[in-house]
Design a protein around this ligand. Sequence first.
Ligand code: SF4
Length: 133
Amino acid sequence: MDYKKSDMGRAMTIAIMIGNGEENGEENGEMEGHEGHMGEHIKLAPAEEDYVEAMHEIVSEYGKLADNDGNGIWVGYVSARQNKDAKIGVKCSNCAFYCTMDGSCHIVAQKIEPNGVCRLAAIGDGLVKGKRK
Ligand code: SF4
């Protein structure tokens, strides 16, 4: 798959991935750099790719997630101001679910910030630098 496709092409791929978990699975067979819905800078380990795919399937079935939404998954979003790990790269903008086109999250319903984070984060390989203080 061409990872350097246009924003429109990426948006269409996002819609497919969010809207249809099975098609998503087929696409993921060649997912390097987690193309399509995230920035090209996000590279995931194989298990993390499976996690991302599973979360897309969950969102496809139940909708985007929020704390206390009845789906039983605690998002635990932390704002940019509260996120002490943003400095080392643990933040939304380094997460595979972050949409570089509009700054939204593909799996979390609420408005997010690039330097925020939640407990569902899938941070790309090599994007966490240093240790938590
Ligand atoms: S850290 Fe959480 S809220 Fe932020 S982009 Fe990733 S999944 Fe979404």
